[in-house]
Structure formats: structure tokens, C-alpha cells
Design a binder for this molecule. Structure first.
Ligand SMILES: [Zn+2]
Length: 281
């Protein structure tokens, strides 16, 4: 909120967005708690810019997701293995009801789950519950259902905590997204830029260490409540390290230091074991 635009950067064509930016700064940010804390006890006040509403980012995400799916469909990489797509959908269907523990609104989101054929070991969940799992993650790592539930629980947790919107808020605050600001305030073709922003926060802007830890902890609880062994998060992580020769893949390099993360996962997986036992009954 202390951000000031350097005078030189405000060329005349930028003056209107800059003025709007000033206005938005005056409107300010809201400090929110996006989720209940759950058994794992995740609690942190999050700062959200008044400019990036949940509704806007979800709308942008829905559009970005459609674009990703259309693109995959054109290339023949969308759900190309029906059994695999069904397997991933089944896991999502079991995980989603557990999200209500953290947010009563989440089970009612417009969840979608698809598998995309790709050599990249990756999975993500866009704001509002749009999930993609890449085939290399499942096949290269030979994931069990429990491990797949661990990845998906982790990605779903990012969406529940609105980490994407949080990163978008901080990008806006740092005036990185000046073009988006103009658009979001009605000065441009807002819908395209919101989609771009949603894509950016999902695929490119890395989560902070704090956000990763929250997603790990909420993820194991979601898995346990859905009847998946929460300790699978630990073996998943070990497998991920094995496939990456000479250091973790780029998308993992921003994740918390591996030993600390593994320890944390073990502690929290143990903590939610009673939920797992209950779900298995
Ligand atoms: Zn993550």
C-alpha cells in the first residue's frame, strides 16, 4: 500500500490507468480469512486488493480454463485416455465434499476436472475449482490413488485459500499489472485480461512458501477426510524428487525446502490419521 508510481513511468497514455490506480489505492485492501482453520489449524490473515474480487478472478479463471481445454482438444491431448480421466474425476468427486469443512461455499463451486497429455510433471487448480492433471505426473511417477489424492488435495487447497487472488492482489499492488488494472476497472477489454491474470497466477506467478505450507496441510486433511491415506503426501514428494535429476523441476523450485516440507507433511499427516480412520469406517 506504500506503492507510489515513479513520475517518469507515468507517460501520458498511461495517465488514466494510473489515476484509477491511485483511486484503487485509496479504496485499499481488505484483510480476510478465506477459510476455516480445520483440524490442521491453518490461520493467517490474507490481504486482498479491492480491485481483484473473488467473482472477477473466478470469471477470469473460468475463461482461461476454457481456453486451455480448447487448446488441448485441438491438439488431441484432452482426456485422451478415458480410463485415466475417469480415475482422476473419481478422486476429485471424493475430495470435493471435504472442502466444506474449510469453506461452506466450496462444495457448491462449479468444479471441473480434466487430464491433459503432457510431458510436464504438473497439476493445478485455478481459482473457483478448475482442475487439470498432466499425464506425466500420473505416469512418470506411477502415482497410487492415495498419492494422486495428495496432489489434488494440495492444489484444491490453493483454490480454497484463494492463493491465486492473493498473488494477483500483490501483483496489482506492485503495479506489475497496470494493463489489467485499466481493464478491471472497465477501461479496456476486461474479460480477456482477467483470464490472462488467472492464467498467470495459476501457471507462472509462484506461490509463496507460506502458501505452499498451507496447501500441504489443508491438502492432507482433505485427503484424509475423503478416505485417502494422508501419509501418501510424503511418498508423493519422494517420488517427485526421484524424477528430477539434479535438483527439483522448475515448478517445484519455489516450494519450501524439501526436508522441512517432508517433516511438516509427516506431522500433519499423523495429525489427521483419526479423520482417515473415521472415513474408512
Ligand atoms: Zn503448491
Amino acid at each position: 500500500m506504500r506503492q507510489k508510481l515513479p513520475q517518469a513511468a507515468v507517460s501520458s497514455w498511461r495517465r488514466i490507468p494510473a489515476l484509477l490506480f491511485g483511486l484503487v489505492l485509496a479504496v485499499g485492501c481488505a484483510s480476510v480469512q478465506t477459510t476455516e482453520s480445520g483440524t490442521v489449524g491453518v490461520e493467517r490473515k490474507q490481504t486482498m486488493s479491492a480491485l481483484v474480487s473473488e467473482e472477477d478472478i473466478n470469471k477470469g479463471a473460468a475463461q482461461a480454463y476454457t481456453q486451455v481445454l480448447d487448446d488441448a482438444r485441438r491438439k488431441g491431448t484432452l482426456d485422451s485416455n478415458p480410463a485415466e480421466a475417469q480415475r482422476v474425476r473419481t478422486i476429485a468427486t471424493r475430495l470435493i465434499p471435504s472442502t466444506g469443512v474449510f469453506r461452506p461455499d466450496a462444495p457448491g463451486w462449479k468444479w471441473e476436472t480434466h487430464v491433459i497429455a503432457s510431458n510436464e510433471v504438473n497439476a493445478w487448480c485455478m481459482p473457483g475449482g478448475k482442475i487439470a492433471v498432466y499425464t506425466a505426473l500420473i505416469e512418470k511417477l506411477k502415482l497410487t490413488d492415495d498419492e494422486l489424492a495428495a496432489v489434488m488435495g494440495h492444489e484444491i487447497a490453493h483454490a480454497l485459500r484463494e492463493h491465486g487472488r492473493e498473488r494477483a492482489s500483490s501483483a496489482v499492488n506492485q503495479s506489475i499489472a497496470l494493463g489489467v488494472i485499466g481493464a478491471a476497472t472497465g477501461a479496456g477489454q476486461g474479460t480477456m485480461d482477467l483470464a490472462q491474470l488467472a492464467l498467470e497466477v495459476t501457471l507462472n506467478l509462484p506461490n509463496s512458501r507460506e502458501q505452499e505450507i498451507e496447501a500441504d496441510r489443508i491438502g492432507v486433511e482433505l485427503a484424509a477426510r475423503a478416505g485417502y491415506n494422508p501419509h501418501a503426501a510424503v511418498t508423493l514428494w519422494q517420488k517427485m524428487e526421484q524424477v528430477s535429476e539434479g535438483g527439483p523441476p522448475a515448478w517445484l523450485s519455489t516450494h519450501p525446502a524439501r526436508e522441512a516440507r517432508q517433516r511438516d507433511l509427516e506431522v500433519y499427516a499423523e495429525k489427521v490419521m483419526p479423520l482417515y480412520a473415521q472415513a474408512r469406517r
